[in-house]
Design a protein around this ligand. Structure first.
Ligand code: URA
Length: 421
């Protein structure tokens, strides 16, 4: 087999054969296909797509490129969730211990933030002592002790995806439904969960800006899960505005702890409970997760999970050196608060990274003091920007230019358009 023939086949709009797919993924994993050839193939896939059987085979080959984890030693069913990523999406943090408190095991392999969307591991790393890297035996220990573990995927899990995702990131080839679906599902299936609930985000702050694309991505992933015996369901949820009130790292941990304590912003609580109900139903556990928030058992599971990974759940979270308040420009109704603009602002404040190995600031972020639909008074704080270095405020403010609108009557005021990074 020859990489150039495979690239030509996809470039010319053909379907790749199972043999071509197996060979390509295996050779790429062994470094026997050059990065530039894989980049050309990825671009051909972006432009010409893949049919469902091709996506299924591509995913299968990526799973086979590495190990598949096995949780059969646990005495609880495993159920996990994956979000396609958004702004202020801290839901994994309260959700994993909540579902564990209801009797399931949550073995979650998570990622770091890139661009304007945050990463679960970056958020949790703002807790002093908390470790993201665990060996499989340690994951099993944490799952046994706490019922939930959230950690980084090891190098042996879907290594083909690890290489390919890094390549796609720098070659403009992330935005492809077959490539996104196979990338996410190969890792989730290799992770060994028995059930999977997908939170597919739609809106300005998400990968998928249009509901039709989000639905296609969701259907593709649900189909891949079913083919591999993983009970998979998907919710399509809004990402046109930030989720909850906090966007960043430590600020999102603090908001998650509020949710676990029975408080927190209504939209984040509602989504946490909706996902928990799906995750529990998928493994036949008939418990109302709201009870576990009320009786403190979800908070207990959180504390066990953080401690089992070396973190101190009682340690003070990092605080910013500098803050800058953005005030409401007029009195009326906050008609719009654009997720993308707020996400870019948080990123520029230091909460996110531009390159994979950049450090992130634990304390940087944005606090949103009003949600779209809320009444505001001229001069009241709308957003608080947090940063370690005040030099970051100007570029963050530029990202927010046009990202919010206050109107007299709550109409969208003609729309200022989304902020541009
Ligand atoms: N997340 C992934 O893991 N892969 C993608 O391709 C996109 C988002």
């Amino acid at each position: 087999m020859d990489a150039i023939d495979v690239i030509r086949a996809k470039r010319d709009g053909g379907a790749l054969t199972p043999e071509q797919i197996d060979w390509t993924i295996d050779a790429y994993t062994r470094d026997a296909i050059a990065e530039e050839q894989m980049a050309a193939l990825a671009m051909a896939i972006v432009l010409n797509g893949m049919a469902r059987p091709e996506v299924a085979r591509w995913t299968e080959a990526m799973i086979r490129s590495g190990e598949r984890m096995d949780w059969s030693a646990l005495d609880r069913p495993t159920t996990d969730k994956h979000s396609t990523g958004g702004v202020g999406d801290k839901i994994t943090l309260p959700l994993a211990p909540l579902v564990a408190a209801c009797g399931a095991a949550v073995p979650q392999l998570s990622g770091r933030g890139l661009g304007h969307t945050g990463g679960t591991l970056d958020k949790l790393e703002s807790i002093p002592g908390w470790r993201a890297s665990l060996a499989p035996a340690e994951m099993l220990r944490v799952l046994g002790e706490a019922g939930a573990v959230v950690c980084a995927a090891g190098p042996g899990l879907a290594p083909a995806d690890r290489k390919l995702y890094a390549l796609r990131d720098v070659t403009g080839t992330v935005e492809s439904i077959p490539l996104i679906a196979s990338s996410i599902m190969s890792k989730k299936i290799a992770e060994g969960t028995g059930a999977l609930t997908l939170d597919v985000k739609v809106g300005s702050g998400a990968f998928m800006k249009r509901a039709a694309d989000a639905r296609e991505l969701a259907e593709t992933m649900v189909g891949i899960g079913a083919d591999h015996g993983v009970r998979t369901v998907a919710l399509l949820t809004a990402m046109d505005r930030p989720l909850g009130a906090a966007v960043g790292n430590a600020v999102e941990v603090a908001e998650s702890v509020e949710i676990l304590a029975g408080g927190g912003p209504a939209d984040a609580v509602e989504l946490t409970l909706a996902l928990a109900r799906e995750m529990l139903a998928a493994v036949g556990i008939d418990r109302d997760p709201a009870d576990a928030l009320r009786d403190g058992s979800a908070m207990d599971a959180w504390r066990r999970m953080i401690s089992a990974q070396g973190g101190d759940p009682d340690a003070p979270l990092p605080r910013p050196n500098e803050t800058h308040v953005v005030a409401a420009p007029s009195s009326g109704v906050l008609a719009r608060l654009d997720a993308y603009g707020v996400g870019v602002a948080a990123w520029r404040l230091g909460a996110g990274r531009a390159r994979r190995d950049d450090p992130v600031s634990a304390a940087a972020g944005v606090l949103c003091h009003a949600k779209p639909g809320d009444r505001v008074t001229a001069g009241q704080p709308l957003l608080t920007l947090q940063a370690d270095d005040p030099a970051r405020f100007d570029r963050a403010l530029a990202a927010l230019d046009g990202a919010y609108t206050v109107t007299a009557d709550g109409g969208d005021g003609g729309g200022d358009g989304a902020a541009v990074p």
